[in-house]
Design a protein around this ligand. Sequence first.
Ligand SMILES: Cc1ncc(COP(=O)(O)O)c(C=O)c1O
Length: 395
Amino acid sequence: MAVSRKIQKALEGASWIRKMFEEGDRLKQMYGPRKVFDFSLGNPIAEPPEEFFEELKRVSHNPIPGMCRYMSNSGYEETRRSIASMLSEETSLSFTGEQIIMSTGAAGGLNIALKSILDPGDEVITPSPYFVEYRFYVDNHGGVLKLVETRNDFSLDLEAIEAAIGKMTKAILVNSPHNPTGVVYSEESLIQLGEILARKSEQYGKPICLLCDEPYKKIVYDDLEIPDVFSVYDHCIAINSYSKDLSIPGERIGYVAISPLAEGKEKLADAMAFSNRTLGFVNAPALMQRLVGKLMHVSVDISEYQEKRDLLYNALADFGYSMVKPMGAFYLFPRCPIDDDVAFVRALQAKNILTVPGRGFGKPGHIRIAYCVERWVIENSLDGFRELAIEYGKR
Ligand SMILES: Cc1ncc(COP(=O)(O)O)c(C=O)c1O
């Protein structure tokens, strides 16, 4: 049976991340898993925290009647209330469960949010480099993704964002801490972004939505505080997930939070519940909702990621690679010593090191290294990075 032309085209340009992951599997079969250093996927190797398993045991030993049935498309009220009270503590606003929709991870959350706000041809602006799935998610709902380059340090280029906003702009989609660069946007830049959006919303006579994709919100380093996005702009929707901070990406659980100050927040919440149903998610996984509702302040040990960041960043800096020091998430995005990022990825691959070319994230000339791997992978890859730095004249 024929695959649609649209999907065929998408498959031809298939994700670099998947390509490199498959290449990793091939190399592991050839050389053995301990000889391959696979930094291609943001699939955390950390096990979920103890508390997750304790809660899992507690729920399975004390089954609640009907706990595996369908529920409201927004999710369990109890879980939504827990998230709302956590957000009320974290922000200056007062959230209720009505503004929370449980989702199948951040990916599901982004899709229900985009489905709920986009009309055909509406534009969504995102800073580039960017998480490449955004292109597909926006397209899923008839929107058009518009990229705006960031500055050299990957901070927001606010003038460029302002210039890119037009009458078709429905939303700005920002991700902080950021995949693939590890940057965290400063409070000052987010406040200015909020001011621009307020101005532009007034100019075009409709609220432009600020979509904040925050699956790495708890993974920040050096005691950095993540700015509260809800305080910078009223028409704000945050998308969050437990994939990374509880290390449970296979369980597909996250949520969408609509600002209590957003115009039309009740209709938006209804639209998202409807979209959860009609996109076929129906509701977020029931068991996971029960669990995360009790794990609001739990996360994996972030210090382990920070140690890995330090090990990799310090070594690569010492070898002469130029890069921005990640402030959060678990990605490093160095500049390649040669212009051609694909050629550099191939050179690393010849040393059994798997990374992803920056062009897969809209930024050629760089590579993405996902360091959510075991420490030995980083340690044993360093010789290869050093040898190539020497070969390409960085040392
Ligand atoms: C920036 C970003 N957004 C969204 C997602 C999707 O996360 P989830 O597994 O929660 O769907 C990812 C996953 O890697 C991500 O990096």
